[in-house]
Each structure stands twice: as structure tokens, then as C-alpha cells.
Design a protein around this ligand. Structure first.
Ligand code: TMP
Length: 211
């Protein structure tokens, strides 16, 4: 008997929107329903993703100690994505396992759309990344998201700056419109609710793609 392909589900939102918490909750919810679920994230744990994490933390700089070039970083995110897809996402889906990813293409469209100032190019370099079955966007106001993030950890990544997060928030809005227009399935969830309520809304949306 042919194994039924798993579902590919993605959590998206600003830093501090709760994507990590909700991705993990969603995996537990899927497992409780007797499904096999695999939790993953981007940047991935692969070689490119590991390098990206070093750049984001400021430990790795560009040549001569200059800030890393935003276009080069956009290409690294896109390269990490294809490697992640081939090595981890696709094999799990084909084995009938649901894959829940904390971030995917939409993050690049929003963040790299801002850092490169060239959203169409960012869309183009991510053109080979297969679409998820469902993207869940956790909508949280930038100031609220950043306050949560600062409360959670003392470590600061290069993107965790108020003005930048506001610009990313607006870019998420534009990018969401684009992927909906392209026929992708996206559900927005009110991310400022208590964690359990957000998890319930996420589960309700996922239930529809499992049917
Ligand atoms: P994280 O905080 O969810 O681990 O993600 C790390 C940072 O990387 C976060 O600020 C969002 C950013 N990011 C991008 O800029 N582009 C991308 O494509 C991805 C996946 C993440």
C-alpha cells in the first residue's frame, strides 16, 4: 500500500510572535491525534543554517569585519531552504510524516525583502522551494513581539531592533498578500491571545488541511 504523504505546516511571524512555542505545541497536538510529526526550523541545523546562525548572532562578519552583505545572506537563507527541503522536509513527507517548520519562505520574503530592498528578487531566489500545505501567520504587534523577545532572552540577534521589526511587520503584510494571490493556503491567527488560545486556533486551522 502506498504511504500517504505527510502535511507540511509552517509557522510564521515576527521575532517574539510565538512561532517556536506554537510549532512545538502543534507537533504535540498532531502526535496526540496519532499522527507522526517532525518538528524543524529555519535557519536549519544543516551546514548553511549553522553558518547563518553565526551571522545572525554577530559572531561571523563579512570580509574585513564589515557587516555581512544582505544579498549574500538572502542567498544563504534560500540555499539553506533547499538543503533543508532535500535532506529533511521531503524525506519525512514522503514517509508519511507531517513536518512542522518554525519559519520558511515567507520569512525571507519579509526579512530579506526589507534588508535587500528587492522583494521580487527574493521571491525569485526562493522560487524552487515547494509551497507548504498551510502557512500559519501569528499576528502580533511589533512592539509586543519585541517586548516578549527581550523578556525571554538576553541574547540579541542583528534583526531584533524596533524600527527594523516594524518594517518587517509591514513587509509580512505585503508578502502574505503575494502568496495568497499565488494560490497558497495561509491562515492568520491572533497571536496576542494567551498561548492556549493561539494553540487552539492553530489546531482548528490545521484540522481543515488534515481532512
Ligand atoms: P528565529 O529567531 O526564529 O530562530 O530566526 C532567526 C532570525 O532569522 C529571525 O530574526 C528571523 C530571521 N530569518 C530571516 O531573516 N530570513 C529567513 O528566511 C529566516 C528563516 C529567518
Amino acid at each position: 500500500m502506498k504511504t500517504r504523504r505527510g502535511r507540511f505546516l509552517v509557522l510564521e511571524g515576527l521575532d517574539g510572535a510565538g512561532t517556536t512555542t506554537q510549532a512545538s505545541r502543534l507537533c504535540s497536538w498532531l502526535a496526540a491525534r496519532g499522527r507522526k510529526a517532525h518538528l524543524t526550523a529555519e535557519p536549519s541545523k544543516g551546514p548553511v543554517g549553522t553558518g547563518i546562525r553565526q551571522i545572525l548572532s554577530g559572531r561571523l562578519l563579512g570580509t574585513g569585519g564589515a557587516p555581512f552583505d544582505p544579498r549574500a545572506l538572502a542567498l544563504l537563507f534560500a540555499a539553506d531552504r533547499l538543503d533543508h527541503w532535500e535532506s529533511e522536509i521531503r524525506p519525512n513527507l514522503e514517509a508519511g510524516v507531517d513536518v512542522v517548520s518554525d519559519r520558511y519562505v515567507l520569512s525571507s520574503l519579509a526579512y530579506q525583502g526589507v534588508t535587500t530592498g528587492d522583494a521580487p528578487w527574493v521571491t525569485a531566489i526562493n522560487g524552487r522551494a515547494p509551497a507548504p500545505d498551510l502557512t500559519l501567520f501569528l499576528r502580533v504587534r511589533p512592539a509586543v513581539a519585541l517586548r516578549r523577545r527581550y523578556a525571554a532572552t538576553a541574547e540579541r540577534e542583528i534583526f531584533e531592533v524596533p524600527e527594523f521589526q516594524r518594517r518587517v511587520h509591514r513587509a509580512y503584510g505585503r508578502a502574505l498578500g503575494g502568496i495568497v494571490e499565488a494560490g497558497e493556503r495561509v491562515v492568520e491567527v491572533a497571536g496576542e491571545q494567551p498561548v492556549d488560545r493561539v494553540a487552539a486556533d492553530v489546531a482548528r486551522a490545521v484540522e481543515k488541511v488534515l481532512a
